[in-house]
Ligand binder design. Structure first.
Ligand SMILES: [Zn+2]
Length: 229
């Protein structure tokens, strides 16, 4: 098999090699390509994804062999997505909005690992990195006006912290538990949009499951909304 053929049939090969080698820094850079910047929560996501992949010892080809259930939509999730290959687009990423920096990664047989950023550890980060958190609060939390230099400084500090945090012992950063869970069914491929009625300046549309969309009959709406044009 040529290199190109191997890449075509196995595009995550490079990421898998990095997982095998335990090269968290290279995985963080990969995550940065998706995420747009390097930051501590991205690093925690990379670490959590790495722990899960090592533990479950499964190849992820984006066909829902494993699913990742995340409990936050912060930077952490992008680290999880890159390393586990469970993404929003391949239906293997499930978002439960409970505001916790946590992920459960499960195989189809229900073998799962839950990795939670330890709140006691998390609390200590602002004291550890006061300048970065001061800028974070000013620029991101309070949305105050900041200079270009302050923006650049925050990005630089966050990248440095992200790389440094990768060296923390996993049991200091996370609470890790093994469990069996009931894995959600394979996702139905949803959301083909059918525009079916135009009334004055609004278009009503429905989304239906592709599974239901066979045959001549217009399927009944599963969701309805209006777009104001
Ligand atoms: Zn981030």
């Amino acid at each position: 098999m040529t290199r190109e053929e191997a890449d075509v049939s196995h595009p995550r090969r490079e990421i898998e090699k990095l997982i095998e080698k335990g090269d968290l820094k290279a995985l963080l850079y990969k995550a940065g390509e998706l995420h747009g910047h390097l930051c501590p929560y991205l690093a925690y996501g990379v670490m959590a994804g790495y722990i899960a992949m090592r533990e479950l010892n499964v190849r992820s080809t984006g066909m829902e062999e494993i699913v990742a259930i995340v409990e936050t939509n912060n930077c952490f999730c992008d680290g999880v997505q890159i390393v586990t290959g469970c993404t929003f687009g391949n239906n293997a990423l499930i978002f439960r909005d409970v505001g916790k920096t946590a992920v459960t990664v499960a195989k189809r047989d229900g073998t799962a690992i839950r990795i939670v950023l330890d709140p006691d550890f998390e609390k200590t980060r602002p004291e550890e990195y006061p300048e970065a958190y001061r800028l974070w609060n000013k620029i991101v939390v309070r949305r105050e006006k900041a200079t270009k230099e302050e923006h650049e400084k925050l990005m630089k500090l966050f990248a440095e912290i992200a790389i440094k945090e990768l060296n923390q012992p996993f049991d200091k950063v996370f609470r890790i538990s093994r469990m069996k869970i009931k894995v959600p069914e394979y996702a139905v491929h949803l959301n083909r949009i059918f525009i079916y009625q135009t009334v004055s300046d609004t278009v009503r549309f429905i989304t239906v499951s592709l599974g239901q969309a066979t045959g001549a009959e217009l399927p009944s709406p599963t969701q309805e909304a209006q777009l104001n044009l």
